[in-house]
Ligand binder design. Structure first.
Ligand SMILES: C[S@@+](CC[C@H](N)C(=O)[O-])C[C@H]1O[C@@H](n2cnc3c(N)ncnc32)[C@H](O)[C@@H]1O
Length: 222
């Protein structure tokens, strides 16, 4: 358990975040609440963490000051009060959601005008294959075969536990969904480790062969 610092993509996400001082923030799929605690430490005025797993939330509550509110909810049916958050954050959760456009609409409505939506999710190049995995055909080569890219929808993988269900969408689909929901795209990153990160953690080197995470900053424009 290394928290935010243990996530190689965290330095990239951090660059996309606005100043959190005095902000009202919701973290969608907060897990153990690492970001919620970071936001409070940065001076956020109000922090809400939402997750479907009571197990995750119970650990989050144990590790957090009472100023952070945690709520159990399925993001697919979540409701949030209108124009009441300055930042909606979500890390590595949105690819689990079947009805992403509906969630973007909820986020858009919950943000104040010019409020920020910063999220990471699995990259479509990483998610597209029906059976994701490296091809190691020749010694020293490492290829990520992308297939079924335009076949959007359900993917079942066996990462950590078997039968994990995720939803693949083309890059354009996700970005157009944001635009149609009323967001302006501010910045997009495709995470790749730096040479410094690889020097410290050589196993990260393979992450330069294909993007594992898509990181987006969008803004409510009205
Ligand atoms: C990979 S973890 C990421 C946790 C945290 N955001 C982080 O970056 O450490 C995915 C989280 O999404 C939550 N989750 C998955 N589907 C969800 C849903 N439909 N509604 C709410 N939370 C969900 C899981 O319970 C889990 O805590």
């Amino acid at each position: 358990m290394y928290g935010l610092a243990g996530a190689a993509e965290w330095p990239v996400i951090q660059q996309l975040l606005p100043d959190l001082e005095g902000k009202r923030i919701v973290d969608l799929g907060c897990g153990f609440g690492w970001f919620c605690r970071f936001a409070l430490e940065q001076g956020a005025a109000k922090v809400l963490g939402v997750d479907i797993s009571e197990k995750m939330l119970s650990r989050a509550r144990d590790m957090s000051p009472s100023a952070i509110e945690y709520r159990r909810a399925d993001l697919e049916t979540l409701t949030l009060p209108e124009s009441s958050y300055d930042l909606v954050y979500s890390s590595l959760v949105l690819h689990y959601l079947e009805h992403l456009a509906a969630v973007f609409a909820v986020v858009h409505r919950a943000l104040v005008s010019a409020g920020d939506f910063v999220f990471s999710m699995e990259h479509p190049i990483y998610m597209a294959p029906e059976h994701p995995g490296w091809l190691l055909s020749e010694p020293g080569t490492r290829i990520w075969p992308v297939s079924h890219y335009a076949e959007e929808g359900r993917r079942t993988t066996n990462w950590l536990t078997s039968g994990v269900v995720k939803y693949h969408r083309m890059l354009a689909t996700t970005l157009n969904m944001l635009i149609r929901s009323g967001f302006i795209l501010c910045q997009m990153e495709e995470f790749a480790p730096t040479q410094e990160q690889i020097a410290a953690h050589p196993a990260l080197a393979e992450e330069r062969h294909r993007p594992m995470f898509l990181i987006v900053k969008a803004r409510r424009d009205n």
